[in-house]
Design a protein around this ligand. Structure first.
Ligand code: TK8
Length: 340
């Protein structure tokens, strides 16, 4: 039985006994611990708010024993640096992109497949279903425990050169992409000059015009103040990005079953909050970006189809890289979610 399923069972057990949150918190096997939880965005963002929920849930469920100290704005390092710190046991927890985990677990590339999900409902069903769990389980081989997925969201394009209204407009735009080959190949194939860069270096790179553009969900474009250094926003929804809440396996293995159950329960609570909050903010964020002077356009269905056609080989390569079995399974899961 894998770690997570054991945890979930322990959790169910705890619920039967009346809930850890109430009577049993002090009887349970919980030691006072300090947990460093890092994330990349600022405190006043969807990522920061959900982290706060996690901190509070941990406090509540452990009777104050499991103290989480949150570090936003990549103050513990970029996503990649934090992942490495977790693997080495130098940091306990983080939330960050699945995209930067592709170098660790190649199958994570699955989530970066352009146009994989058509909406959030499909994303939730697949991420919280057997395929999502399979990828989380894989992380353990590399010293990471994947707890839950949060929503980063559908990504859209910003740049400083021109309104992108057709495929050709991407030509020559120096575009920052997340650090993996799916993103790199996708935007190279679309004609952009794709440059992989960590998120923590992105604002400065845009400001100094080391790059002309980037792509991220509306929320992040707003909360990271990219509108200050970017003129054009093109609604593309070209890929859905998850975030993943991670624990260091070295640290996790030293926790009691009760403690693991609490971390898992708090993570699930943070996920429920985060997805709702993110979705509420999205429409507002788009309006705020316009109000802040960005020129917004939506790509026509026709142009989106041309893009889809152009990057077909990327999708085929992802299918090959993650393996036919996983690829078929994810397609079946999506079909199931679509039928519902
Ligand atoms: C924040 C990143 C960000 C991601 C990116 O650390 O790198 O563009 O979308 O959310 O994980």
């Amino acid at each position: 039985m894998n770690l997570i399923r054991r945890t979930v069972l322990a959790l169910a057990g705890a619920a039967l006994l009346g809930g850890l949150a109430t009577t049993s918190a002090f009887a349970a096997d919980i030691k006072p611990r300090m947990i460093r939880f890092g994330y990349g965005l600022a405190e006043d963002t969807n990522q920061g708010r959900a982290t706060k929920v996690f901190v509070e849930e941990m406090q509540k469920l452990s009777g104050g024993k499991l103290k989480v100290k949150a570090f936003g704005s990549a103050s513990l390092g970029s996503d990649v640096q934090m992942q490495n710190a977790l693997m080495g046991g130098a940091q306990e927890m983080m939330v960050g992109s699945t995209a930067t985990l592709v170098g660790v677990i190649p199958e994570m590339a699955l989530w970066d497949t352009p146009f994989l999900f058509a909406n959030e409902k499909e994303a939730d069903a697949v991420l919280d279903g057997p395929v999502g769990q399979k990828l989380l389980d894989k992380l353990q081989e590399k010293g990471l425990v994947g707890l839950v997925y949060w929503e980063n969201g559908f990504r859209n394009l910003t740049n400083n050169k021109r309104s992108v209204t057709k495929l050709e407009d991407l030509g020559g735009i120096k575009l920052r992409v997340m650090q993996n080959n799916v993103f790199l190949d996708t935007f190279r194939t679309l004609g952009a000059n794709a440059i992989p860069l960590s998120f923590s270096e992105l604002f400065t790179a845009l400001e100094t015009q080391a790059v002309d553009g980037q792509e991220n969900p509306f929320n992040t474009i707003l909360t990271s103040k990219f509108y200050e250094v970017q003129k054009y926003l093109t609604v593309t929804n070209h890929v859905y990005s998850p975030w993943v809440v991670l624990a260091s396996k070295k640290w996790w293995d030293g926790l009691s079953k009760d403690e693991q159950a609490i971390v898992m329960q708090a993570a699930v609570a943070s996920r429920e909050f985060e997805r709702k909050d993110t979705r509420e903010e999205t429409a507002r964020a788009l309006k705020a970006l316009e109000a802040n002077g960005m020129t917004v356009n939506a790509l026509s269905a026709e142009e989106l189809d041309r893009m889809r056609e152009k990057i077909k080989p990327i999708t085929e390569k992802v299918a090959q890289d993650v393996g036919t079995e996983l690829w078929t399974e994810v397609q079946q899961e999506i079909a199931k979610a679509r039928a519902n």
